[in-house]
Design a binder for this molecule. Structure first.
Ligand code: ATP
Ligand code: MG
Length: 362
């Protein structure tokens, strides 16, 4: 079956790191895979051409393909633009219209980089956990919201709000992910102080009891979770949590392992007619204007995002393992882009040298 990919390199280092992903895709296609790639604009470059950060035709195409792969959007050139056409709005529109409610953020430590973390080596070596953050609801979207006048002062208001169905669908993402990994799921909220947390815990437990009795489910208050994540992260496998706590916990967990240049992400929605979920894969980092155009960017985050696409859109777990092993190999050989060099002062390789080495290791 043909696998359709829409590639949106975007701005800044986006096109540079995506060029390395294209090499990896070409490698797979040269060995019998059937990835059909189309490329289009998003962000500032789309604004420059069309006057909008995401053209309707691009949006329509994103709805049709099996997976969207995005580089990064934005940059100082666009800072003064009106909010309605800012590059970031292109990405937000994709997430909203594709209804991508489950944001997957792995925290994975490559053996060769275990020394690079700020934590003790035995805490991070071999770490491989997955945080699933609810992405479309909760306190970032709940009504009422705003700044109102009350008596003689102003009040800022946000509302944490979750419906049962919103909790249920992301909980199912968590359980499904646990089944693909080691059958262990930890759900985090603050049921001790928040009503939405009480409902969250109840719904997750009910889904677990009725549909996923084989998955070992635990619950933890999110603040305790933050502490446990830094103390001994390997106690977790899959964590599912709401939008706000997930925002914090996924950044925390991600940085256990090292550089922004190493972190992939996926955002998944409901299954399409062919059974594959609506999906958008992107590195966690932004457009990095400070190093754009210099061949310094680390392409690994973007390449790992493609590995996630292999795993979660195309059921190609063995190929994803192989790609991750190739990355581990080049890191073990000592290849480092500039962001992965600490005190030791070795010479960095360029973006394309790193991409070439990964393809060679494949
Ligand atoms: P955004 O708001 O788009 O998320 P940001 O302000 O969070 O962007 P980034 O663009 O992610 O910032 O960059 C933060 C820092 O990390 C910059 O100094 C940048 O050069 C560095 N950086 C980001 N991505 C990479 C990468 N792939 N390789 C090397 N350095 C990177
Ligand atoms: Mg950022």
């Amino acid at each position: 079956m043909t696998k359709t990919l829409l590639i949106l390199p975007g701005d800044g280092i986006g096109p540079e790191v995506m060029a390395e992903v294209r090499k990896v895709i070409d490698w797979f296609n040269a060995r019998g895979q059937d990835f059909e790639v189309s490329e289009d604009l998003v962000g500032g470059c789309a604004y420059d051409k069309h006057g909008t950060p995401l053209h309707d035709d691009t949006m329509a195409r994103a709805q049709e393909v099996d997976a969207v792969l995005l580089g990064a959007v934005g940059g100082p050139k666009y800072d003064a633009l009106d909010f309605s056409v800012k590059p970031e709005r292109g990405l937000l529109r994709l997430r909203k219209e594709m209804d991508l409610y489950a944001n997957l953020r792995p925290a994975q430590c490559f053996d060769a980089l275990a020394d690079f973390s700020s934590l003790k080596k035995d805490v991070v070596a071999g770490l491989d956990i997955m945080i699933i953050r609810e992405l479309t609801s909760g306190v970032y979207f709940g009504e009422p919201r705003g700044i109102i006048n009350e008596g003689n002062e102003r009040v800022g208001i946000n509302t944490q709000r979750y419906t049962e169905s919103e909790i249920e669908r992301v909980a199912r993402s968590g359980f499904e992910m646990a089944r693909k990994r080691s059958n262990k799921l930890c759900s985090m909220e603050k049921a001790n102080v928040m009503e939405s947390g009480v409902l969250w815990r109840e719904v997750v437990q009910k889904i677990g009891d009725t549909a996923y009795p084989d998955v070992e489910l635990s619950h933890m208050y999110a603040d305790a979770g933050a502490m446990q994540l830094t103390r001994w992260p390997k106690q977790f496998d899959v964590i599912v949590t709401d939008n706000l706590f997930g925002d914090l916990l996924s950044d925390l967990a991600a940085m256990l392992t090292g550089s922004l240049g190493m972190l992939p992400s996926a955002s998944l929605g409901a299954p399409m007619a062919n059974g594959r979920p609506k999906a958008l894969y992107e590195p966690v980092h932004g457009s990095a204007p400070d190093i754009a155009g210099q061949g310094k960017a680390n392409p690994i985050a973007c390449i790992l995002s493609f590995a996630m696409a292999l795993r979660y859109s195309f059921d190609m777990g063995a190929e994803a393992d192989r790609l991750e092993a190739a990355i581990n190999t080049v890191l073990a050989q000592g290849l480092r882009t500039a962001d992965l060099i600490g005190e030791e002062g070795r010479a960095p390789v360029s973006t394309s040298e790193m991409g070439d080495a990964i393809v060679a290791a494949l």
